[in-house]
Design a protein around this ligand. Sequence first.
Ligand code: NAD
Length: 318
Amino acid sequence: MENEKICAVVGCGLIGRAWAIDFARGGWRVRLFDPVEGAVEAALATIDRLLLDLVENGLLDAAARDVARARLEPAPRLDAALLDAAWVQENAPERLEVKRELWAALDRFAAPQAVLASSTSAILPSRFTGDLPGRARCLVVHPLNPPYLIPAVELCPAPWTSMETILAAETVMRGLGHSIIRLTRELDGFVMNRLQAALVEEAFKLVAEGICTAEEVDIGLRDGLALRWCFAGPFEVGDLNAPGGIRDYVLRYRSVFDSVLNSALPRPDWTGPVLDEIEQSRRLRLSAEEIAHRQRWRDRRLMALLRHKKEASETIGD
Ligand SMILES: NC(=O)c1ccc[n+]([C@@H]2O[C@H](COP(=O)([O-])OP(=O)(O)OC[C@H]3O[C@@H](n4cnc5c(N)ncnc54)[C@H](O)[C@@H]3O)[C@@H](O)[C@H]2O)c1
């Protein structure tokens, strides 16, 4: 315990508590801080339930759960949370003014050699680290929810983030079992949300133009493309879909993609009538009251899938 590194989790909502599990399971002592009264206690209660879910789904053994749980401790103040921390993971609300004020304090209280990482989904790091004396040790480490289950994380530097910081962040994330997307420069949406935006925009277009229903879009992903994308990205899928690999694939099918891209459908207003149609379709399948229950179903399915992927990596190979 003495030699374990310390991670300060700042902001203990959905993402903060998920990082807390990730770091504690990975051998870090974790201090949890949140300025809202009762938030840390609520996070710890949720973490207890989530750790149990991991054990019940075969992703953590009971002894390891107890060790991880013992590494978690509430911190009464921000400066106490950051004392001697080697890593600070910020998970405050996604509002620029909140991040700016908080990051000034993080930079003030954190040890000079600490890495300061933000979970922000969409705010570029240059927008809240530019004025900080320690701005070279600041970057975005963006997870998908929840990071203790989903391996991919994006490292997005500000223009002044040092290479030393980026490499240190990469080492820490790999140590926790993450796979890394390292952006060479900051860009709206980073990588994963840009990929997601392209796909979701096309989904909205197809429904708005009456080409197919919202449910059929979900079928196309859930029972179609995503089955392969679950273990191979689009470039590997292409590489394996033509005898001569990716170049052969592009030469054979480029014209198909050219015609698709040349027949682009008009941009729909996501909040217009198409949203009524999509919402109606969703509510027919799931009432608003059932959403929370279904979220647990989703997490259990995700855990089962991850267990399968782990086993398949061992028996079939990566
Ligand atoms: N929810 C997601 O799926 C997701 C995924 C990836 C990244 N993120 C990012 O993670 C961050 C947190 O999102 P979330 O979904 O956990 O939100 P959340 O609302 O669940 O949690 C935010 C927490 O921050 C606390 N907080 C409020 N003011 C604060 C302050 N000044 N300093 C520290 N903490 C403060 C709140 O009490 C709350 O517990 C956001 O930047 C978000 O973009 C979210």
